[in-house]
Design a protein around this ligand. Structure first.
Ligand SMILES: *Cc1c(COP(=O)(O)O)cnc(C)c1O
Length: 456
């Protein structure tokens, strides 16, 4: 019986010529195709051996081959639909770009560029020169440069200005951001010596003043970003730190994290410190991320006094932390949008989502609900609270709307997550929810099709 079945198994090279597999033979290279067909035949052989099957058809084998070939084409890194309501979701890639920015990126990476070539002299240029002018124009700084991310920006600055010297920082600002970025550890890496002042909830300018010694290199201020101390608190404002630094000839640095360039209070969000305010206060150097509330690419941006920025450019860490051309391509477009606040709000997706009025989110939720209903899928529109994410504005609850599915929510969560383009939502009180805040209308059709496949 088994022997008969073994004999019925098709030969690999003959099966490869089967007309039903013609498409695969054209798209796959010979070796991959051969490997897949062999694998499937082997799996049938072992099923026969273990008496798991008593018969099979060639169609079944072909079906398995096609499905395995499809799987082999799947990528590990791919798009997902973000229905979590967290705009700058660190696990889902933080910031996203519009088509025009993506086109600039595409042009830069599919062709050569003047990354380090001076087009006016025909000689060697510097990647750090490409964006300096526009960043200075937008922020009001004298000098600017980019590195790989904001963590690198902080290490670089402390290494240049406070290596083997002390850096004074408030105990209330020794924060951990995103699991692996701990201010005390980052400072240690840079070669500076941490000098903590004040207490967790209260630090005043005299605490800094008293701590200043011969070997103090930097007064550092860190935006606590992802947590807030409330109640009986006091922290030192930037003006005071800037003045104290100036009086004692010590460099002042402000790590503001998110890189906010716009006053979001106007748009109904809470107050976040802006880069411009920090510079105006007289702080020498300000560092921030490119892909948090700025809405750009992963990079760290350092702005401030021209002579200090020039020193940073020559530090060996700058080479190790250097910013790549893809980030430069994106950031030039992003900063150009910021020349006009309206444009920034309308064209940078992260800013658009942040400032979208709740009524508009509601309309989009109703629309998606309607599209699902047309296919016979019942959902409810519910009020939700979206978050900025990325360790910014931790207590800012942005009014938003989502659609809620009933059914067996845990299997729904998993089945949406396992779609070809995964759809990531959240579960709450027996509901599976897709929050509309970070879902774009061009994704509706796909969501509806997958919901139909999953639920009906
Ligand atoms: C997020 C954050 C960082 C780290 O920035 P990355 O760009 O993720 O390296 C550093 N400092 C503060 C205050 C932050 O909020």
């Amino acid at each position: 019986m088994k022997n008969e079945l073994f004999r019925q198994l098709p030969k690999v090279d003959i099966l490869m010529k089967n007309t039903l597999l013609k498409d695969l033979s054209l798209t796959l290279d010979y070796n991959s195709f051969y490997e897949i067909v062999t694998k499937v035949i082997d799996s049938f052989r072992s099923k026969i051996k273990n008496s798991e099957i008593e018969s099979f058809t060639e169609e079944e084998i072909i079906k398995d081959i096609i499905s395995l070939a499809k799987k082999s084409e799947e990528r590990n890194f791919k798009n997902v639909v973000n229905g979590t309501g967290v705009i700058l979701h660190t696990n889902l890639g933080r910031s996203i770009f519009n088509e025009r920015v993506a086109e600039k990126l595409k042009a830069i990476v599919t062709g050569y560029s003047n990354l380090e070539f001076d087009l006016s002299t025909g000689g060697r240029g510097s990647r750090y020169q490409l964006l300096e002018e526009i960043i200075c124009k937008v922020t009001g700084a004298e000098g600017a440069m980019l590195v790989n991310n904001n963590a690198a920006a902080v290490i670089l600055c402390l290494n240049e200005f406070a290596k083997n010297k002390k850096t004074i920082v408030s105990r209330g600002e020794l924060v951990e951001i995103g699991g692996s970025f701990r201010i005390p550890e980052i400072m240690e890496l840079s070669g500076t010596i941490l000098k903590e002042v004040g207490t967790t909830n209260k630090t005043n300018i005299r605490d800094y003043e008293r701590a200043i010694e011969e070997d103090t290199g930097v007064l550092l201020k860190v935006h606590t970003s992802n947590y807030k101390i409330i109640g009986f608190t006091d922290s030192v404002n930037k003006n005071e730190i800037a003045q104290l630094g100036k009086k004692n000839n010590i460099i002042t640095i402000d790590d503001i994290g998110s890189g906010v360039l716009i006053d979001y209070e106007k748009y109904g969000l809470s107050k976040e410190p802006t880069v411009q305010e920090s510079l105006k206060s007289g702080i020498n150097i300000v560092t921030f991320s490119g892909d948090k509330m700025l809405g750009g690419a992963q990079c760290g941006i350092i702005v401030g006094k021209k002579e200090l920025i020039e020193r940073l450019k020559k530090n060996p860490f700058t080479r190790a932390f250097r910013v790549d051309k893809m980030s430069i391509a994106v950031m030039e477009e992003i900063f150009r949008y910021y020349l006009d606040e309206k444009k920034a709000i309308n064209e940078i997706p992260v800013l658009k989502m942040l400032t979208e009025k709740p009524e508009k989110t509601n309309i989009r939720a109703e629309k998606l609900k309607g599209l699902l209903k047309e296919r016979g899928i019942e959902t409810r529109v519910i009020k939700t609270e979206a978050l900025v994410g990325g360790g910014a504005m931790p207590d800012e609850k942005i009014r938003s709307y989502g659609i809620a599915f009933k059914n067996d929510i845990h299997s729904l969560e998993e089945r949406f997550r396992k779609c070809e383009t995964p759809i990531i939502g959240r579960t709450k009180e027996n509901m599976f929810i897709l929050d509309l805040k970070a879902i774009r209308e061009e994704e509706f059709q796909y969501i509806v099709e997958e919901a139909e496949r999953i639920i009906l």
